[in-house]
Ligand binder design. Sequence first.
Ligand SMILES: Nc1ncnc2c1ncn2[C@@H]1O[C@H](COP(=O)(O)OP(=O)(O)OP(=O)(O)O)[C@@H](O)[C@H]1O
Ligand SMILES: [Mg+2]
Length: 320
Amino acid sequence: MSLLSVKQLSVSFNMAGKNVRVVDSLSFDINESEILGVVGESGSGKSMTALSIMGILPDSAKSGGQIVFKGQELGSLNSERRRALRGNAISMVFQEPMTSLNPVLTIGYQIAEVLTTHKGMSVREANKRAVELLKEVKIPSAEQRAKDYPHQMSGGMRQRVMIAMAIACKPELLIADEPTTALDVTIAAQILNLIHAIKEEKNMSVMLITHDLAIVSEHTDRVAIMYAGGLVELAKTEELFAKPLHPYTIGLLNSIPGGKGDALESIPGTVPRADRLPAGCRFSDRCRFVLPKCRAEEPELRDVGDGRLLRCIRNERLSL
Ligand SMILES: Nc1ncnc2c1ncn2[C@@H]1O[C@H](COP(=O)(O)OP(=O)(O)OP(=O)(O)O)[C@@H](O)[C@H]1O
Ligand SMILES: [Mg+2]
């Protein structure tokens, strides 16, 4: 069952007088209690997609399309109801916890504040629950740590605090935007395992944005591959790794250390700027399998069987 549907989402900015789309006709669903990975190189529009779902795009961004959460189109809600949803039914963990935590307030206070604001709990009740939440995210000596200020904690511990805040109101959807890129490998693995365990326990859905294909293969049920603002492929994680269909996905998988080639070999060139996309397929200027037709029109995103989506005119197995 689909919990969230993103339909024909577009996000654009005015750049030097031109309206430039950084997310373009993006459609995908997040099912109940699944972890959907969203993968794409820097600038491919992952964070803008996440911010659109949260309803917190920068003022300078224009957006179009629909976001439907449990049958309700979020664009139709007034700002108060939208705000009520945020941090409550849908919450988000950002890449850099230091920018989201207030440096002059204790972390216990900040978690409690989420509960007094969204759940109308008394301060006393909220403080008690804040300590329980710190225990849930496996912070040792939770009672003491609740009195700490953000700078007294390590990066990994701060990210645990952010997760505690994000799950405080028992969200149905958690968006984690590169939650571990600022952390070293062992700490990152612990954080991902924690998110995974919480997801299982609370039966929530997770949209996990990452650059890291190793994380995708270990922690996601399905994966959406974005390229230059557009979705190019979406499949069950196992199927995508076993049989990538889009030439960009093939290139990405080949670029994994220990894969068949290296990144530069497999995908020559760089992601074009949003205002300099090639005509037709957005990947056509880097694609080894490009045909004249690919430069003429953008391929439709089509279902190639069993809910697997592909935006490429070919769908036979290609090998580099
Ligand atoms: N406020 C803004 N004004 C103009 N352009 C913006 C603004 N914010 C983002 N962009 C552009 O939108 C595009 C998509 O950005 P987004 O942050 O969604 O990428 P991303 O996939 O999250 O990348 P990363 O992996 O680096 O986080 C980028 O090309 C970026 O330069
Ligand atoms: Mg981002």
